[in-house]
Design a protein. Sequence first.
Length: 147
Amino acid sequence: MVSIGTPASSGNIHCTGGTIKWLEQRLQMIGSPDEAEELAVTGEDNGGVYVVPAFAGLGAPWWQGDIKAAILGMTLGTGKPHVLRAALESIAYQVNDLVKAMTTQAGIKLKEIRVDGQSIKVFQLSVLFFRKIFKVGQVSHIADTET
């Protein structure tokens, strides 16, 4: 007899932690990825700034390779913490788009989200933002050996 396990879905998002590395290496806004969150939490919010990290186009669920990256909503009052927070939030927004597409297609409601990857280990702000936008009580990190 064959046992059927719990179904799972997967999707490809092109830039998550790579966005933070870009801010570090190309824009030199931070000295290390850890510094991104330290500075991001010094402000109340993103100040109306949003990062679209489409450095390689948009991955799942949009699959639009011709879209380019952008930082939107900046004013003269925009500071480094706003951009860094928007970059960290962009990770959650990308995952949210993908999860919404999957749960809609599957006709299910999300109860818990399990995440992996270096960015989630490092950026607790992203995990808190996940909980807020997904409206789930539990966001847990999967050990690298489990993925």
